[in-house]
Design a protein around this ligand. Sequence first.
Ligand code: CA
Length: 401
Amino acid sequence: MRVRLVAGLAAFLMMAASGASAAPCSNAAGFPAWLANFKREAAADGISARTIAAALDGVGYDGSVVKLDRGQGVFSQSFFQFSDRMVAKYRIDQGAAQIRKNRAVFDRIEQRFGVPAPVIVAFWGLETDFGANMGDKQTVRSVATLAYDCRRPDMFRTQLVAALKIIDRGDLTVQTMRGPWAGELGQFQFLPDHYLNYGVDFDGDGRVDLLRSTPDALASAANYIVSLGWKRGQPWLEEVRVPANLPWEQADLSIKVPRSQWAGWGVKRAGGGTLPADGVTASLLLPMGRNGPAFLAYPNFDIYTQWNQSLVYATSAAYFATRLNGAGAYARGQGNIAVLSMAQVAELQRLLNARGHHVGGVDGKLGAATRAAVRTEQQRLGLPADSYPTAELIAKLKTGG
Ligand code: CA
């Protein structure tokens, strides 16, 4: 869940609170004074003196965390690269084994939350390899460092307060609260405020333990998925076959049309069968462009893009869940599909901005705004408007197309 945004209201309140405590946040020297001030504010926020002392007395600035934060790689793998690696056969087998092993818990979860096991297990596999890789840094120290640091103090201040509340509630101790460097916790890598707000005690021991209790972790993931709008009993992703003469400009996550319309345009089920001519809405998702695999993304797919803003991650997680649900491997289409490098995407973004599009920062990352601008330019240039950027498009834009 690393790319998620922090819950709006909490972040806003914390922003207001932290305005008063400007500090020389760029090095370790200012940390003790910042920490003393934060302790007073945490007490005013209702956190017990005992937790504040246990968690923050003697906590030090961790420069290695700041280094990791500065060096964070951006997500630049293609859907083929990422899904080949993350949805490999061994991981599908492991996921299926986990569903069998935890069958009784998953049955209870589906009854209560309406989220089927494959959907939960796919996130479980991608986030931590089913609880195997949860990280081992002391969360309070990492998050306190990042709450002090200049780059994203408001977001991490929210997380630090939430972490203290989790300790206060008795779910974890300062010692057992461990994870990767950026504060994610447990088998599904919840940020502390999600842990606090969506954590469920599903094994009935009175504590929410998202690290060591598998029932707690699985039910909390389901609870969070429901909070994102999951609809019980409805599909999320389905591989399809598309005809060569499809109106490609319709392939966009923001366009949702009834399945009957897709059938009318010649879209078929992956096995060649006809789509039901009903009113269930779906978007056409072409993660590698029109020459690659094709999926119908149903309304439940929206929870994937909220879980993680990377479309490659979201598509891979949803696809993984279909595999665990019995679907076959996707058809690769015309095999060798060129993927733009980050430098090429950055060049494309500059060209798009120069043509009056607003794709945001020139960061080399292929986001929704860049894809939408690509589609508009493809239409203007008479290219198949599948939103998938190619070197051909860059060349046309450079020559003024
Ligand atoms: Ca529990």
